[in-house]
Design a protein around this ligand. Structure first.
Ligand code: FES
Ligand SMILES: [Fe+2]
Length: 377
């Protein structure tokens, strides 16, 4: 199937979007798995998925088995969830580990720092050592990870630049939000199922062009003309609004981040951090979205809301948190029919990737250019 990317990186007024094959073809999907998701910093879980020391969460990114662990020094570590002996999956279900990660097959056990601790009967019955096997050389394979805005990012292929280098411009743009975040069990997280390729959710999130028709209620408080495009080549793209209004419950509003600049009093920004994380920042809360690709045309969208102050997760704020949760859940749900509709549209074999509005679609064009560059590299 055609994967001609020659028109994707043309100037926006002449460019076409990614060909259909990037949404519906299994071979292209498998290649994108490697070059977009494994070779870059992909979001896989939230920091609070492993709250307590010893918490271990197994998950996989399109088949690659990962184990996320919070160790006893409170650091998050990510390992390949595979025993160094015969390749058994080490942890099948989320649990709290007391002591060591023990393989259920022949009981090799690993410390939470990944080192191999015990190898029962490895030298024959009753002998737990063997001269030819050096335990120090049999650590769990560590996967590079980094936590940013509550999201655990991993670079599976170990080929990306350090996270802070890759994402330096976003981290500096949003340095005022790089502070402790607060989240609670109630009304903080939800998950949506999207019958579409994960990239369509990125593309839809990063543009504001669709607001008047897909989010008419949002458009009343923050109109199309209140928005601006955000583009950073090969890193991220999105949109900002000059008109963020805090929700209120009888005059009560969420507590702000400390020491914010004046522009954030009414400003908000929504950015897709390539490949698969969507972020929104406001004076009093942020949200982070992890797009978890399941197949070429099915994606889980995990959303978590974080507050700027521990006060905002108190009981007194529960009504306000519920309202905020329902607001974002409804806004993000409004987008489902368009991302699923675009997926169906990719089976129209005469569709040429589409043309962009040079004024409105810059963020999407930026993302497509990144995909094309990664794919062709
Ligand atoms: S496969 Fe893990 S101990 Fe044998
Ligand atoms: Fe939307």
């Amino acid at each position: 199937m055609c994967s001609d990317l020659s028109k994707v990186n043309l100037p926006i007024s002449k460019a076409n979007g990614l060909p259909n094959s990037h949404y519906i073809d299994e071979q292209v999907f498998q290649k994108e798995k490697e070059c977009l998701l494994y070779d870059n910093w992909s979001g896989v879980a939230f920091e609070h998925d492993v709250v307590n020391p010893g918490d271990a969460l197994p998950l996989n990114l399109l088949g690659f088995p990962l184990l996320i662990v919070r160790d006893y020094t409170n650091q998050i570590c990510v390992y390949q969830n595979v025993c160094r002996h015969r390749g058994m999956i080490l942890v099948e279900e989320k649990k709290n580990i007391r002591g060591t990660i023990r393989c259920p097959y022949h009981s090799w056990s690993y410390n939470l720092d990944g080192s191999l601790r015990a190898t029962p009967h490895i030298g024959g019955p009753g002998y737990n050592h063997h001269k030819d096997l050096n335990k120090k050389s049999l650590r769990l394979k560590k996967i590079r990870s980094y936590v940013y805005l509550g999201v655990i990012f991993v670079n599976i292929s170990d080929s990306a630049e350090p996270f802070e280098k890759t994402n330096c411009s976003l981290m500096s743009r949003w340095s005022e939000f790089n502070k402790p975040l607060f989240s609670c069990k109630n009304y903080s997280s939800f998950q949506l199922e999207l019958k579409c390729n994960w990239k369509l959710a990125v593309e839809n999130f990063c543009e504001s062009y669709h607001l008047p028709w897909v989010h008419p209620e949002l458009n009343v408080v923050s109109k199309l003309e209140d928005h601006y495009n955000i583009e950073s080549k090969d890193q991220f793209s999105g949109q900002g609004s000059y008109h963020y209004t805090q929700i209120s419950d009888n005059g009560r509003v969420f507590v702000d981040f400390e020491n914010l600049s004046e522009s954030w009093k009414t400003g908000a920004e929504y950015i897709a951090l390539y490949p698969n994380v969507l972020l929104g920042v406001h004076r009093d809360h942020i949200f982070s979205v992890i797009l978890q690709p399941i197949s070429k045309d099915f994606t889980l969208e995990r959303v978590n809301i974080f507050y700027a102050s521990s006060r905002s997760i108190n009981k007194d704020y529960s009504k306000l948190r519920e309202d905020n949760f329902l607001f974002w859940k409804s806004v993000l749900s409004e987008d489902i029919f368009v991302v699923e509709g675009m997926q169906k549209g990719r089976y129209g074999k005469f569709f040429d990737g589409g043309r962009f509005s040079p004024a409105m679609d810059g963020p999407t064009h930026n993302f497509h250019g990144w995909v094309a560059n990664q794919y062709s590299a």
